[in-house]
Design a protein around this ligand. Structure first.
Ligand code: TXA
Ligand code: MG
Length: 299
């Protein structure tokens, strides 16, 4: 485990750095170093057409990384950054193809986590970073998860404890009019609607940003989703193997914060089938339910 200073030196040397954000841990490299960014895809086992988010220190840097920025984009950036929101913008020419999978757009985010903020401020540039897990696995919410997934595939890990939010950032494509919600997160649809004065377009079903799969965020065990604790008990009848029930209750913040750790625990305990009581479909519950549906999708 390393300090921010060591992590900044590693980024400058073209190495991979895992670092905490308020959502999940990221696996970062200098966004302008093609060779370093390629290492991210190799370490994760991620296909090259899945674009990466570029993380920067401050909302004021938006014009250094994007062009033709809409008013909606500027309003969202001003209100929600730093925070768990990724904006898909027209990319600045300084961003190499390897980051965006050749797309004309880039996902940009200003994290609020103090360690991420300090790292980005000291580094000064953009850090391309997906979640710091092997491709298709659940995202890491603590340094031990990063180590379990990536081991020595990552050069430096900065340990900032457990992440506060626990699910990945909200993604909004602000190159479209009205803006389109690509992934639910802690910046909720209601918040976006209040900020913009109109609702974003939504895609039907589990969120599918380009390069996203229906089956993703998945533990090894089979997930069965039910609507209530009572349904969990009847769902357990007739299942073979080790069956466990996850019923986190109605506190959505605790549910989101705990979710990925509980899924990893179930795998570590050798659970074959995990029956999960879904959250209420409001606010952060929409993000949680999106991830649960992807984790439960047939692989
Ligand atoms: O909370 C988060 O967003 C975390 C932390 C580390 O910032 N990052 C994260 O990255 O979840 P990742 O790579 O696991 O998920 C980013 C998603 C990808 O599914 C990708 O499809 C989408 O963002 N994305 C990135 N750039 C995009 C673009 N230009 N257009 C559409 N989707 C994009
Ligand atoms: Mg990910």
């Amino acid at each position: 485990m390393s300090s921010v200073r060591e992590a900044v030196a590693a980024l400058r040397a073209g190495k991979l750095v895992a670092f905490p954000t308020e959502t999940v841990y990221g696996l970062g490299a200098n966004a302008e170093n093609v060779h370093a960014v390629r290492k991210i895809f190799a370490a994760k086992g991620r296909p090259p057409d899945h674009p990466l988010i570029v993380h920067v220190a401050a909302a004021g840097q938006i014009d250094e990384w994007a062009v033709s920025i809409s008013d909606d984009a500027r309003i969202l950036a001003a209100v929600a950054w730093p925070g768990p929101l990724t904006l898909v913008l027209h990319r600045h020419p300084r961003i190499p193809d390897v980051v965006t999978g050749g797309r004309p757009t880039v996902g940009l985010r200003v994290p609020s986590h103090l360690v991420a903020h300090e790292l980005l401020t000291q580094f000064g540039g953009g850090v391309a970073a997906p979640s710091a897990n092997r491709f298709g696995h659940v995202s890491p919410t603590c340094a031990a998860h990063v180590l379990a997934d990536l081991g020595d595939r990552v050069d430096v890990i900065v340990d900032g404890g457990m992440t506060d939010i626990g699910v990945e950032s909200t993604i909004v494509d602000v190159t479209l009019d009205p803006p389109m919600l690509l992934r639910h997160g802690a910046v909720t649809v209601d918040m976006i609607t209040a900020i913009l004065g109109r609702a974003p377009q939504e895609t039907a079903g589990p969120s599918r940003a380009s390069g996203m799969l229906a089956s993703h965020y998945a533990p090894r065990c089979q997930l069965v989703l039910v609507d209530s604790r009572a349904h969990a008990d009847s769902a357990a009848d007739g299942l073979y193997g080790t069956v466990d029930v996850l019923a986190p209750g109605d506190d959505l913040s605790s549910y989101a914060r705990g979710l990925y750790g509980w899924l990893r625990d179930a795998d570590n305990r050798g659970v074959d089938t995990l029956i999960v009581v879904r959250p209420p479909a409001v606010g952060l519950g929409l993000a949680i339910d999106d991830r649960l549906r992807k984790a439960a999708a047939n692989r």
